[in-house]
Design a protein around this ligand. Structure first.
Ligand code: NIG
Ligand code: FE
Length: 414
């Protein structure tokens, strides 16, 4: 049966006119409708009709009076599957120690690795399900979740199995991402080659064979992997059909960005220390620049040059980078507020960045991220009368209802 989402004060379509992204100044145009209802058929967007016009075909009406409909939010970069507690590290950060100082003292990623290895799959699953539900309650309909705290053959597979299980228990689209090349595990500190061969010769083929992920990430930094090492991983990943994404230019510029663009990665994420002369590299590139202002806030350092990227025509997306070390932030609305104040992005650019452009970063913008005829009816229905109120109210979750493929999967009760 058809569904009619009726009487919305605004429908923010984020129409990309079939292009599946909003590059540069296109991100300023959201194509908003008022006085219209959204018609959904078989889980997909069928039409937009005048609110008072009759609909003779049998249908069910969902009254969304005085609410704003946006595309379901797409959260394209998270490390939501973690265990343990790194609050002592955060205290050290507040006292002035840097992320790299803490990593050198044996903290950082290594401490989350220990926790993942020591926690059972069923305990990890219940931690993860609660975190997924928090994203769903904010109107998120597509969510990326990375491995990368296992850092051994068994523990990386364990993480990906938990993510797959969680995906089967929830109605949103969960996109697993293999991040074996996040850090060299302590036990192989003196044999990096061995760890790289576990990734390339053992993990990638097994993950592909068991369909545990189709997306491969790495961390290209002095304290993690060099561009030469990332290239080894990416070459094999690409030949097996994985899509690529890279953590890069977070603390230094060692060639990660150039490598990722050369290999047509779907996205390059972080970019806090992007140099002026690297901005032009995005002009003709399909690779999405994913900005993570929660990291700059948490570590209290530079913000990515969002303004210059957008003004020169890049495709810019936003994400939380939710993780226990550098961005213990699961609020997409806080990220939007930081993007407004610290990245100097407009309301329109922020909504484009959290919908169609983050869908492009995940390679799913042909089916979601905007409300265009034939695309999935993935919606966030917000308790506001116009979209400007999102960033005006810092970090407030206005989501009333989350709709995935036309089905209401969350409806706030109070
Ligand atoms: O995206 N940059 C590398 N990885 C994570 C941090 C991981 C951690 O500290 O646990 C990030 O910032
Ligand atoms: Fe990250």
């Amino acid at each position: 049966m058809l569904k009619r989402f009726a009487n919305a004060s605004q429908i923010v379509t984020v129409d990309s006119f079939g292009t599946g992204r909003k590059r540069g100044s296109d991100a300023s145009c959201l194509n908003t409708l008022s006085g219209h209802d959204l018609i959904v058929e078989n889980g997909r967007v069928k039409d937009f009709i005048q609110s008072n016009s009759p609909l003779t075909t049998p249908h069910r009406t969902v009254d969304v009076k005085d609410k704003v409909i946006t595309p379901g939010f797409v959260e394209c970069h998270t490390h939501s599957l973690f265990a343990g507690d790194r609050s002592a590290e955060f205290r050290m950060k507040l006292e002035g120690k840097s992320y790299e100082d803490i990593a050198a003292m044996g903290g950082g990623i290594v401490s989350s690795v220990k926790a993942i290895r020591e926690t059972s799959e069923s305990d990890l699953l219940s931690l993860l399900l609660k975190r997924i539900d928090i994203f769903v309650s904010q109107g998120v309909t597509s969510l990326e979740i990375k491995s990368g705290y296992g850092l051994s053959y068994e523990a990386e597979l364990k993480m990906l199995r938990v993510i797959k299980k969680a995906a089967s228990l929830r109605n949103i689209n969960i996109i697993p991402c293999f991040l074996g090349a996040h850090s060299v595990p302590t036990e192989l500190k003196n044999d990096r080659k061995k760890y790289l061969s576990i990734i390339v010769d053992e993990l990638l083929p097994r993950i592909k064979g068991e369909n545990l992920a189709t997306r491969c990430d790495a961390f290209c930094e002095r304290s993690a992997f060099s561009p030469v090492e990332v290239e080894q991983v990416f070459t094999v990943a690409k030949s097996l059909g994985f899509q690529l994404t890279l953590h890069t230019e977070q603390f230094n510029n060692i060639g990660g960005l150039e490598l990722a663009l050369k290999m047509n990665a779907l996205s390059v994420d972080h970019l806090e220390v992007l140099r002026d002369d690297q901005i032009n590299l995005f002009i003709d590139s399909e690779t999405v620049a994913v900005l993570l202002p929660g990291v700059s806030y948490t570590l209290d350092y530079s913000y990515a040059p969002a303004r210059r990227l957008i003004d020169s025509g890049a495709t810019v997306a936003l994400a939380t980078d939710y993780n226990p070390g550098t961005s213990n932030i699961n609020s997409i609305f806080l990220i939007m507020s930081l993007a407004a104040r610290k990245l100097k992005m407009t309301s329109e650019e922020i909504i484009s960045a959290y919908t169609i452009n983050s869908a492009a970063a995940l390679g799913i913008s042909n089916v979601t991220g905007s409300l265009e005829q034939g695309k999935l009816a993935d919606l966030a229905i917000l308790n506001i009368s116009n979209y400007e109120q999102i960033i005006y109210n810092t970090a407030q979750n206005f989501n009333q209802m989350t709709v995935k493929s036309g089905k209401i999967i969350y409806n706030k009760t109070n």
